[in-house]
Design a protein around this ligand. Structure first.
Ligand code: GLU
Ligand code: ZN
Length: 295
């Protein structure tokens, strides 16, 4: 792979599970696709444990992730990055944004956010972000929380968009099929305002999925993000954060959520059955690979 400057760069891929449950076929698909693409591009494959949520993350799940990936026969390069060990990196990124007036404190509860959204819309039908959460009313931008209360920090979306005027807010998205040998990339434009004043630092953890993932992909030199289509909308927010923080933008490959041999979405029960249950019931790694369409 040749970089703009003409220098040969080794591509870097990553698989980044959250240890709040056991891996299932959907995770296996994503991990195997990362492995396939890393091989195809002569790249590195990193493993990152996204364990910022102290309440939901469990060490036994981390252990199970290691075991399941090893059983599947996926080899990772370099040390595993645990997000919980890098809170300073996220704090630093947040400080940069805060100093530029791009964050504001918010002490709203979920209930207040929902109530305000209803007040704004005048009905129960409220505008939501791509994750389905009601768009923020900006209550705390106008009425800042009292000093000393636990707060979340939200991105000031209007100021953020203002700050990136003139940037080319696009990314290269994979547009082919997983079995095509040649890489087809299209230029994707983004619509980050759909996220509204997104929470970047949660009240309970001094970061968020969005902030951590963007900081880590940059710090780890990730060049190719291969993840499910369910995270495609999040990429718009991630691309905006990259522009604000002056970070490079990887290529993105949002894969379809897994389908079985017949092409139908895998039944929820099969799909959510933990990999280790398949294993206990006698499935081999080769069977799992074949079932998911990998040689
Ligand atoms: N940790 C996220 C998840 O397990 C994936 C994050 C990503 O690939 O960007 O859903
Ligand atoms: Zn608020």
């Amino acid at each position: 792979m040749v970089h703009d400057s003409g220098i040969m760069m080794q591509p870097v891929f990553r698989f980044a599970p959250s240890p709040n449950g056991l891996l299932h076929l959907g995770h296996a698909y994503s991990a195997l696709l990362n492995e396939q693409e890393a091989r195809r591009h002569g790249g590195k494959l990193l493993l990152r444990i996204e364990d910022i949520d102290r309440l939901r993350s469990r060490s036994e799940h981390v252990q199970a992730i290691f075991e399941d990936l090893e059983w599947l026969g996926i080899a990772f390069d370099g040390p595993v990055r645990f997000q919980s060990a890098h809170m300073d990196d996220y704090r630093h990124a947040a400080d940069t944004l805060r100093q530029r007036g791009l964050l504001f404190a918010c002490d709203c509860t979920r209930q207040r956010v929902a109530r305000q959204a209803q007040l704004l819309s005048g009905s129960d039908e409220v505008a939501c972000d791509p994750d389905g959460a009601p768009l923020y009313s900006r209550h705390c931008l106008h009425t800042p929380p009292l000093e000393g209360l636990p707060v979340a920090w939200r991105l000031r979306m209007d100021a953020a968009l203002q700050a990136v005027v003139g940037h080319h807010l696009t990314y290269q998205a994979f547009a082919g099929h997983k079995n095509t040998q040649d890489t087809e990339w299209i230029t994707q434009t983004i619509v980050p305002h759909l996220w509204g004043d997104a929470v970047l630092l949660r009240k309970d953890i001094a970061t968020s999925y969005h902030l951590s993932v963007v900081v880590d992909d940059a710090l780890q030199g990730v060049t190719h993000v291969v993840r499910g289509r369910d995270l495609e909308a999040a990429t718009d927010l991630h691309r905006l954060l990259q522009a604000l923080l002056g970070l490079p933008t990887p290529h993105y490959y949002h894969h379809d959520l897994i389908t079985d041999a017949g092409g139908a979405k895998l039944a929820k029960s099969r799909m959510s059955k933990p990999l280790r249950l398949w294993r206990e019931e006698g499935a081999s790694p080769a069977m799992i690979r074949a079932m998911l369409g990998f040689a």
